[in-house]
Write a protein that binds this ligand. Structure first.
Ligand code: TNX
Length: 527
């Protein structure tokens, strides 16, 4: 019986392949469904070996996984996405699965050619898809590749039910950088839990593994701190332009952490200090170091607020804040901001950063800070995030610290595309879609050794945006390019080739109602 079913499915797939090759294209460009090397994968995998046939994904397909819960969860995630997109209800690890004629097997193995924990291999043949990975994170990255390989249209010609042809062959893949992040500023404007989740989910599709939340700034404090309730009772009620603001309860924050973790992304919380602290000082004036009367702030200036770096109460406060957040944040990192503290004396700034590093470490976390923190005597486990000062990144690297690359002129998602952009700023640069892609993180900072680079991150500051549509206008399609800069080695990146693959993200972006910017430098197909 099993052999018969197998033969039947092989015959159906072969007939469909012949018909697919002969029928006239429904869309402008027809990509042969069986040529893996034509697949529009972003980020581009390290190696692809086509075998010029296809796996027919249909309602008889079953998903099987290694027995551990984390691998089973990856299978469930795939099933959930296929249900939503294709209306296919594929069972995961159902008992009758063993006898199925078409299987997607997600399997743990220690013998892969590449040693990154996020490495995976995909072997796609006529009757099976075998996804092998060392860890569930690797399997999860492989699942994204598989999702991207499923064509928009099913071939309904001969099979009794719709069938999606996935090109056969072998993919071996692993990331170039271990850290591939995106940051969202929820302080200048508040974004709801649902809006944040939507962004995280889109980033996961492109294999991001870090989501950094800029939780506090002059205009608002966005996370409940139980021991200092006025931070949100008072400090969360404002935002740029005078809107109502908002904050996340600790339960909601945990929900976001779990949502990211389900996508094998860590969520890094940032509490910006000693500058960018007007909202905190407005809630608790005792923290203030400017000596001025504090009012709430809904403008967009920077560099006017500071904690009092010489006051014990400030460190008692920070100990509570870091303790409460560390308790609900599984990420090994805690981001202390540290940027643009123009209202803090230099000696006070250095003293402050060193004291806060101790607090962060006492609560079991590694500190991350914007490049200014390299002025202090930071420990080598601390990470510096470059945004504007290569010399400070070099100092930090010499000291043994790892560097996250977020140069404002290349990676700032809040920079406008061009002079006609509806949202965004342009103090660092205009960043059109090709400029965002055409640079090399490994050589960007002269003299910075490759081994000092942890990875790249694209920050999205929210002075000019306040909802998902505006966020997506700035983030997409540029964030898709940063995904490839973080994952694919530079020798394998090429703008002309990338541009063609980017156009083919359109169905995914449209079906997910992503308000991407239709840059004229990309030949989008008519909607
Ligand atoms: C600089 S970059 C800032 C932010 C602003 C951003 C606007 C950095 C560490 N600080 O406070 O929102 O420019 O582009």
């Amino acid at each position: 019986m099993k052999t018969f079913l197998f033969l039947k499915s092989a015959i159906i797939v072969s007939c469909i392949l012949v018909i697919a090759a002969c029928t006239s294209p429904k869309t402008k460009i027809n990509y042969p469904p069986t040529d893996l090397s034509n697949a529009a994968l972003i980020p581009k995998p390290i190696s692809m070996t086509p075998t010029h046939s296809a796996f027919g994904l249909d309602s008889t397909t079953v998903i099987l996984t290694s027995a551990t819960q984390d691998f089973e969860n990856v299978g469930q995630f795939l099933a959930k996405k296929l249900r939503a997109r294709l209306d296919l209800n594929l069972p995961v690890n159902a008992s009758e699965g063993e006898a199925a004629e078409r299987t997607i097997m997600i399997h743990q193995t220690d013998s892969l050619n590449m040693d990154s924990p996020e490495a995976y291999e995909l072997h796609i043949s006529n009757d099976s898809v075998l996804l092998s990975a060392r860890t569930a994170a690797g399997a999860f990255r492989g699942i994204q590749t598989l999702r991207q390989l499923i064509p928009e249209q099913s071939n309904d010609t001969l099979a009794p039910q719709p069938m999606w042809l996935i090109p056969s062959g072998k993919i071996e893949d692993a990331p170039n950088f271990t850290y591939r992040g995106a940051m969202l500023d929820v302080a200048r404007h508040f974004f709801t839990v649902e809006e944040v989740k939507k962004y995280i989910d889109l980033l996961a599709y492109y294999k991001y593994n870090v989501f950094h939340m800029h939780l506090t700034d002059d205009q608002g404090w966005r996370l409940e701190i139980k021991s200092w309730p006025k931070l949100t009772e008072i400090g969360a009620q404002t935002e740029v332009g005078g809107g109502p603001g908002g904050f996340y309860t600790q339960e909601e924050f945990k929900e976001l952490v779990a949502y990211a973790a389900e996508r094998h992304m860590q969520l890094i919380p940032e509490v910006d200090m000693p500058g960018h602290t007007n909202a905190a000082c407005f809630a608790y004036p005792i923290l203030d170091g400017t000596g001025k009367k504090i009012k709430n702030y809904t403008g967009t200036r920077v560099g006017f607020s500071t904690f009092d770096a010489r006051k014990d109460t400030v460190y008692a406060f920070l100990d509570d804040v870091v303790r409460e957040i560390a308790a609900i944040s599984p990420s090994p990192y805690f981001h202390i901001g540290g940027d643009e503290s123009h209202a803090t004396k230099k000696a006070d700034y250095i003293y402050f950063v060193e004291k806060v590093e101790e607090i962060v470490q006492r609560h079991g976390k590694r500190m991350v800070g914007w490049n200014e923190i390299a002025q202090a005597d930071i420990s080598s486990s601390t990470v510096a995030q470059l945004w504007n000062e290569p010399h400070n990144a070099l100092i930090a690297a010499e000291n043994g610290s790892k560097i996250i690359l977020s140069p404002a002129t290349k990676t700032y998602l809040d920079m406008q595309y061009d002079t006609r952009s509806k949202h965004g700023l342009h103090w660092a640069a205009y960043i059109p879609v090709d400029d965002a892609y055409n640079w090399d993180p490994e050589t960007f900072v002269e003299g910075l050794p490759r081994e000092s680079i942890l990875g790249i991150e694209a920050p999205l500051w929210s002075e000019t945006i306040s909802n998902s549509a505006e966020l997506e206008y700035l983030a997409f399609p540029r964030a898709i390019g940063y995904a490839e800069l973080g994952w694919t080695p530079s020798e394998q990146r090429n703008w002309e080739d990338y541009k063609k693959r980017l156009v083919r993200q359109q169905p995914f972006l449209d079906s997910n109602k992503v308000n991407y910017y239709r840059s004229e430098r990309i030949e989008w197909e008519a909607p």
